[in-house]
Design a protein around this ligand. Sequence first.
Ligand code: FE2
Ligand code: FE2
Length: 192
Amino acid sequence: MSKPIERWEREHGNFVRLLDLIDDWSERFRAGEPVEYELLREVMYYMTHYPDRYHHPLEDAVFDYLAGRHREFLAPVAELGKQHREIGELGKALVEDLDAIVGGAVVSRAAVVGDAENYSALMRTHMKLEETMLFPAIAEHCTDADWEAALSRVGDGVDPMFGDAVEQRYETVLREIANQVGCDCETGTPKR
Ligand SMILES: [Fe+2]
Ligand SMILES: [Fe+2]
């Protein structure tokens, strides 16, 4: 079953671009340079509204089918499910803190930056684990019917940043990605 793997790997690539923004942003903060909290808030808002709602839950659903038939995958599936919960909780806390900062509340900037760095590190480790341990097994053992069943369980969300229609709130993030990777456009598509 290659359809979800191709989609998930493409999405992982998109998420890495956002994690690169988080890391650059936190480096600027640590260097004492001015940073825009709004940018990080939009990145984290996306992470909690697309990956946390659709990408990871679809993975959980397909991982379940795999572990149900091949019990040797029970432990890694349980670990990845635990990471999905941790990623969701940390992301939600970050959005709340960033909302508070942007709204003018007194929140420890250093603590928020530390949380953002932890979030980026966890997501990177998590995606690597999925790509090395489970995606090849899913390609081998799961079927198109599993994917259709997962989609009907979870629902198929529209990606509001990297999909066909970009939500206005994400345009600044995409421009920032375009600046970073050096592309001709404002869609975040790098030069080839
Ligand atoms: Fe995941
Ligand atoms: Fe993933």
